[in-house]
Write a protein that binds this ligand. Sequence first.
Ligand code: HEM
Length: 267
Amino acid sequence: MNLLQRVWRSSLGKKYVMALTGAALFLFVVGHLVGNLQVFLGPEAINRYGHFLKTTPEILWPARIGLLTCVGLHIFAAMALVAQNRVARPVAYAKVGAHGATIASRTMIWSGLIILSFIIYHLLHYTLTLPSVNGYGFDFSTLREEEGRHDIFAMIVMGFQKWPVSVFYLIAVGLLCTHLGHGVGSMFQSLGFKNHVWGPRIGGLARTVSVVLFLGYASIPVAVLSGFGGGHLSEVRARIAKRVSEHPVVPGRIEVSHGTNTTGKGK
Ligand code: HEM
């Protein structure tokens, strides 16, 4: 058995894997929030940022592959640890919640699985822009600026104008931040940086960071539901209507931008 196999077989080895992949995913969540908050700078800023990422495959693809690997390893190690703990302790504790465990710590596996379902939905919603999941039934990738760039600003605003979608995002992001609040504390413990002096400080810092992340992510759907971005969307709709009246096309389909068509449903 080589060293890697021995590390993986030990529960400490799996905890290291969880800690390191969790740290990478945490950094992604922070970075993604910073990128998304550019929505408050207006369409130009976020559309330029999205366009840059999509037209820079040397950044996009290594990041995607790295993310996918981290998500896979994180889940795999979590499942293996749960299975290993069940074998070690087939009879559950008589009193759940003893030993000072918080709700977040006892439900990590469940919050993790719900977050995974959210990520799958989110990818279908905004990355793959699947018409059947956004509540309008049309493809968000056909929202284009005059110059042809993907209008990510309009896509985000349209997406969150559907309140059930926004509520789902708010619940998922709340769970994600609860998961992170506990996970970041455990990460330091697994890596051996937590003791009775630093433990409470690290725990407090992790909870504060998770609240800040929640407020940041939640601010976007909440702002949209409060009317943010409505002006830009009206301009987009007026542009589409003008183009349709100037270039009538096949009934039931309208031209949104240079060379891209979409159905007019739900506008
Ligand atoms: C208000 C909340 C959020 C907004 C507005 C948002 C926005 C977006 C947008 C617009 C994209 C697609 C970019 C593009 O292809 O043009 C995207 C992709 C993505 N988002 Fe989010 N996001 C939010 C929350 C989250 C959260 C909480 C997570 C993680 C748990 C997350 C993970 C991802 C991932 C993994 C991708 C795919 C990146 C890729 O293209 O490879 N997002 N997000």
